[in-house]
Ligand binder design. Structure first.
Ligand SMILES: Nc1ncnc2c1ncn2[C@@H]1O[C@H](COP(=O)(O)OP(=O)(O)O)[C@@H](O)[C@H]1O
Ligand SMILES: [Mg+2]
Length: 243
């Protein structure tokens, strides 16, 4: 269950600039443990940048990030990547089979993945054992995204970051992926931070939402806030009138 008093991830006054250009400005807030929080906002608002800060791919220009109440800088980088997994819209794969793609991150960590563990994780994402030795370039978009999620799940990350993972999918695959993320959230109690440009999805799937506009958090709260925002810019954004 989501525990509001126990943030999995916490931002305190975080700024991030590239070559002196501010991208994120004064970000403060938290992602509750065990909850699904969606991140929405116009393209270029800084959503993907915020996600990259969460697993240490980039570091704040100033301010502090805490993961499970410990400063992000105290984590060993490899342990951090395992604790905080990320899945992207592009679902990047190496040439080869599904099994090879699932095993690769393990091999990079000097570990070995058994076929049995691979099959179990594929079942978690609704894929059968028959895909295990199929080449990934023959998979559909939805199947690729499932393999990508399965690969992230293998680390048993407590926090999952999802960046527009359903944006390129047809409606059926989109609903399948939504359902499997909700199931993972329930089964493992994972904390999920999900960037989406689909507001309907943000309302139906998310427990909470953050609206990011021009590098700032404009509004946060229960995802129903997207139905009746109070901030003028957020209103314009949900009505599709922003800029
Ligand atoms: N590596 C980079 N170099 C220069 N500008 C960048 C870089 N990454 C992101 N930006 C800029 O930061 C802003 C936020 O980008 P991003 O986080 O990708 O937004 P979003 O995911 O909300 O669309 C954009 O204006 C983008 O052009
Ligand atoms: Mg983005």
């Amino acid at each position: 269950m989501a525990n509001l008093d126990e943030p999995a991830l916490q931002f305190r006054n975080v700024d991030y600039s590239i070559n002196g250009v501010p991208i994120l400005k004064g970000i403060t807030g938290s992602f509750p443990k065990g909850a699904i929080t969606t991140l929405v906002g116009p393209s270029g608002a800084g959503k993907s940048t915020l996600l990259k800060l969460c697993n240490g791919l980039i570091s704040p220009t100033s301010g502090d990030i805490f993961i499970d109440a410990k400063h992000i800088s105290t984590y060993d980088p490899i342990a951090l990547r395992r604790h905080v997994g990320i899945a992207l819209q592009s679902a990047p794969m190496v040439k080869g089979t599904v099994f090879q793609n699932l095993a690769l991150p393990f091999e990079l960590q000097g570990r070995e993945l058994s076929e049995q563990d691979a099959i179990e994780i594929l079942e978690d994402v609704g894929l059968g054992r028959d895909v295990l030795h199929r080449k990934t370039d023959g998979l559909s978009g939805g199947q690729r995204q499932k393999v990508s999620i399965a690969r992230t799940l293998l680390n048993r990350s407590e926090i999952l970051l999802l960046d527009e993972i359903t944006s390129a999918l047809d409606r059926n695959s989109l609903h399948e992926i939504e359902q499997l993320i909700v199931n993972i959230n329930r089964k493992y109690g994972s904390t999920i931070v999900w960037i989406t440009h689909n507001l309907e999805q943000a309302i139906s799937i998310g427990n909470f939402t953050w609206v990011l506009i021009d590098g700032k958090v404009m509004e946060t709260g229960d995802s129903d806030l997207l139905k009746s925002p109070t901030n003028e810019l957020v209103k314009q954004f949900v009505q599709g009138d922003y800029r």
